[in-house]
Write a protein that binds this ligand. Sequence first.
Ligand code: NOJ
Length: 581
Amino acid sequence: MTTADSTPAAAQTGPLSSAADDDWWRTAVIYQIYPRSFADGDGDGTGDLPGITGRLDHLADLGVDALWLSPFYPSPQRDGGYDVADYRAVDPRYGTLADFDQLLARAHGLGIRVIVDLVPNHCSSEHAAFRAALAAAPGSDERALFHFRDGRGPDGSLPPNDWTSMFEGAAWTRVTEADGRPGQWYLHLFDPSQPDWNWDNPAVRADFGRTLRFWLDRGVDGFRVDVCDALVKAPGLPDWPRPTHGVIEPVDGVMPPMWDQEGIHEIFRGWRRLLDSYDGRRILCAEAWLPPDRAARIIRADEMHQAFNFRFLETPWQAGPLRKVITESLAANDAVGAPTTWVLSNHDVMRHASRFGYDGQVELEHGVGADDPQPDRPLGLRRARAATALMLALPGSAYLYQGEELGLPEATSLPDAARQDPVWERSGHRIRGRDGCRVPLPWTEEGPALGFGTGTGSDTWLPQPSDYGSYAVAAQRGRPGSTLELYRTLLDLRRRYRLGEGTLTWVASSDDVPRPGGDDVLHLANGPVEVVANLGGHPVPLPPAARVLAASEPVTTEVPPDATVWFTTGEADTTGEANTA
Ligand code: NOJ
C-alpha cells in the first residue's frame, strides 16, 4: 500500500523500515517539537520546518528515538495550530510540503522517527467545509458535517444544551443565516473558531481516512491524536450540568456525554487497520485526559498503541502519590498488553522545572503572570532533574517536551499584552493560559533571538525572557553537570541497559539499608539498574556496593534531598560506565 503512485521518495528510504523494529514504540523516547517555537529558519520570529531540519542534529545528539511535531498545517493560529484549516498541507509560515519531506528524510537518515499531530475533533472555522456549512441552509449536507442545532427557547436564542467550552463560556455559538437573521448554533468544545466535526457522519470518517493516508504515504511513523476521547458525543447531546473540563471521570457510572463514549473505539479500530496495512510500524498515540483504567481501553490490542500518562504528569513531587501512580499505570496498561508512557511537560502545562518550584499553594492551571507568586527556580530545577531521572528509569515509552532538556523554566513574567492563548481573552483575563511554556527556545547565549532565528531580528512571536540565554544549548553542551548533559547521559544509559523493555520492582524500604525519612524515598530496580529518588529533606545513604551510573545532583555515599541516583551493585555488570553528569 505504501508503494502507491503518490508515495514520495522519502517514504521508501531511510533505515527505519525494517520489520525487526516493529516494537520500537514500546520503549521509545519521543521528543515533542512545537514548531512555532523550536527554530526559525527564515528569521521572521516564528519557527518553521526548515528551522527544525537545521536543528535535528540536536535531537540525534540528545539520543531520542522519535519526534512528534505539533500541528504545522494551514491555520489562523487561534489555538496555536490546533485550529486546522487544511489537514493535507503545510502552513506557508512553516514552509512547504517539500520542506516537510526534507525534514522527514533528514530525521529518518538520523534514525529518528517522526509522528505528526492529527486533530480530528474539530477544525478551524476557516476550513473550507465549515465555510460551506455556514453558507448552506439548516438541514443541508454541508451542515451535517458539524453539530448544528436550533437553539432552545421560543426564539431559539438559548444554546441547544448546557455544555461549556474547555476555553470558558458556552460550547455553542449562534450563526447568522443567509437572510441576515440569527439562526442555528454550532458546537465547539474549544474556541468558537474550532467547530466540532460530526463523527456520526460517514463523510467525516472518510475524509479523515484520506488525511491519514496522505501523511502515511509521505512516510510518517504515526500520529498523536488530539482530544481523541471527544470524537463521539452521546446521542441527543444531553445536558450535563457540570463543567466540561477538569477531571474526566464517570459520575455515578456515567461518562460525561462529550467524553469517552463507546463509539470512539470503532473509529480507532478502523485507523489501526489502516496503519497496520502499511510497512514498518506506524503508531497512534492517544491524547485523552482520562484515568489510567479508562485510557487503557483506548490502547487495547486492536486500537491505538499508546496513550499519554497525564496522571503521572499531574502528580506532585511526593513519594507516596508517585509510587501509587506508577504502580497503577503499569497495572492498567499491562492488563491490555500496552506499554506505559511517561510525561512531565508538554505545550499545555507549566514546564516541570517551574511547576516543582511551587509547593502547592498556587493555582497553576490558570497560568502565572508577572504579578503572581513566582516559583522557587533552583528548587524547581533540582526537583525537575530528579523527576526526569526517575521517569527515564521506568519501563515503557517516555515523552520529552522541547526545552526541558535545558531545564528551561516557564516564562512566568510574560507581558499580558503578548499573550496569544485564546483562553486569556475568553476568560475575561482571568486565566493566563499556556503561553509561558511556548516561548521560542534559546540555542545560543547571545545574539538575535538567542539563536532561535537565523535573521538579524530579535523579535520572536512570544518574547524570550532576558535570562533564557543562560539556558541555551550552546551554554550547556559539554558542560559537566548541565541539565543537557544529564539528559544525554540518562538517555544513553536507558538505551544501553534497555530500561524501556524492563520490569519495575519496588525495593522494600525496610531492606538492609536504614533510611532516615524512608517514606519519602522511592527505591526501584529495573534489570541491573537500581534507582533511589529522595523526595525528603534528609540525605539517604546509598547501599555500600553501589556503583553510581548517573545522578541528578553530585553524590558521594548519600543521595541528597530532591535528587535521584542510578546505580548498580552487581560485580559482573559491564554495560554501563560510570557517568555522573
Ligand atoms: C489539546 C492540545 O494539546 C491543545 O493545545 C489544544 O488547545 C486542544 N487539544 C484543542 O485542540
